[in-house]
Design a protein around this ligand. Structure first.
Ligand code: COA
Length: 374
């Protein structure tokens, strides 16, 4: 079978960031203003009062300390509580395409490639900015890439599912060298007025170059030994935003048009599902657990990753074996495991094996077994 490698990765990190302290201060000011405005109802015993958020809770429950965002001012204004982004004309690059370009240039440089070497672009992310034309086709145009492009969405598993799709496409001959971009403006789908989840997400964009091993000349290449993707329907992470909202007479401010989750249920159901996926995948590929030198896991919750790492390795993983980027980036949906891979893969030695794994809404989970190329 044709050997396919990831020959370069790139990360675009937004300039602005928000600490837990700043986020909690803004939320608590919003909640106090809300409670003051609803004082009469509260005094009459109606249960409408908002409870205050708490930095300690956030760090202990999630492992998150900070998140990067495309607009800090709007999110932290207690009278606004969402990012404010420019409304661009159709002649200007869209914001997702712009982020994708920055991450792509980083990935192309690392892979030692130019846009002329690429013949397909996949944009794989949780939230696409518009219905059409595809963001990937805009990225293709902005980079001057020939060939074809398409968008895909499998929520937090978009990037790993895209790796499987791209590797299969290269093997079957429909493309030779593929650029995957994962632009995630998660602050756009997050309700910063909801104490249970206002701390969860951050913004970022990652990019990857996939090609045949024979054409790769980067010094940090990972062969894709095997991919395994699974899905299982669940409503526990859901966002009802879509093109039928108008027809269904939804109001743009309806709560269900942003991210919603049953965090506890997700935690309980996804941890065993993902641990088993990785264990089964390694077993099917006849790879011993002891051979696994690194787990680049989806970055949603530190305790979740600790459970998964322990279950897969059969012991508590060392910090370097299972890198966390949550404390800096928060949950960046499909991009999280790719950031971890991009930042913590250079030190691996030839032939060492690791597993890149994402999981999230759907439910969906993707496991990619990678071996460092000598
Ligand atoms: N500040 C202070 N207290 C808070 C709070 C906040 N920001 N948010 C919730 N709480 C309170 C709750 O009201 C609850 O209080 P109660 O016990 O009096 O009812 C308590 O803290 C525990 O809340 P809970 O939601 O059960 O916390 P948790 O330990 O499950 O942590 C998550 C919440 C979301 C961090 C965690 O469930 C999680 O990460 N789950 C997985 C989510 C995931 O992977 N999603 C995929 C997204 S793509």
């Amino acid at each position: 079978m044709e050997q396919i490698v990831i020959s370069g990765t790139g990360v675009f990190t937004p300039e602005e960031s928000i600490t837990n302290e700043e986020l909690v201060r803004a939320y608590n000011e919003y909640a106090e203003n809300y409670n003051l405005a609803n004082k009469n109802k509260i005094d009459l015993g109606e249960k409408v009062a908002l409870e205050l958020s708490n930095e300690e809770f956030i760090f202990n429950a999630s492992g998150i300390k900070n998140r990067y965002v495309m607009d800090k001012k709007g999110i932290l204004d207690p009278n606004i509580m969402h990012p404010i982004l420019d409304k661009r004309t159709n002649d200007q690059p869209s914001i997702l395409a712009e982020m994708s370009l920055k991450a792509s240039k980083d990935a192309l440089d690392k892979a030692g490639k130019t846009p002329d070497d690429i013949d397909a672009v996949i944009t794989a992310c949780s939230n696409l900015e518009r219905a059409y034309p595809a963001i990937s086709i805009e990225v293709q145009e902005l980079l001057g890439i020939k060939g074809f492009a398409f968008d895909m969405n499998v929520a937090c598993s978009s990037a790993t599912f895209a790796i499987q799709a791209a590797a299969d496409m290269i093997r079957s001959g429909s493309a030779n060298t593929i650029l995957i971009v994962d632009p995630e403006i998660c602050s756009g789908h997050l309700d910063f007025k909801d104490r249970d989840c206002h701390f969860i997400f951050g913004d970022v964009c990652t990019a990857m170059i996939l090609e045949k091993k024979d054409t790769a000349n980067s010094n940090n290449c990972f062969e894709i030994l095997s991919t395994k993707c699974i899905t299982q329907f669940s409503n526990n992470i859901r966002n009802n935003f879509g093109f039928l909202n108008n027809a269904k007479k939804s109001s743009p401010l309806d709560r269900d048009l942003l991210f919603m989750q049953e965090g506890r249920k997700v935690f309980k159901e996804v941890v065993p599902m993902v641990s088993q996926l990785i264990i089964d995948h390694l077993y099917e590929e006849k790879i011993e657990i002891e051979e696994i030198k690194r787990l680049w896991l989806h970055q949603a919750n530190k305790s979740m990753n600790d459970f998964i790492g322990k279950k897969v390795l059969g012991r508590v993983p060392e910090d370097h074996e299972q890198p966390n980027i949550l404390q800096d980036y928060a949950n960046t949906s499909s991009a999280g495991s790719i950031i971890a891979f991009s930042l913590y893969s250079q030190d691996m030695k030839s032939n060492e094996v690791g597993v890149l794994c994402s999981f999230g809404a759907g439910y969906s989970a993707g496991s990619i077994i990678l071996r460092k190329v000598s």
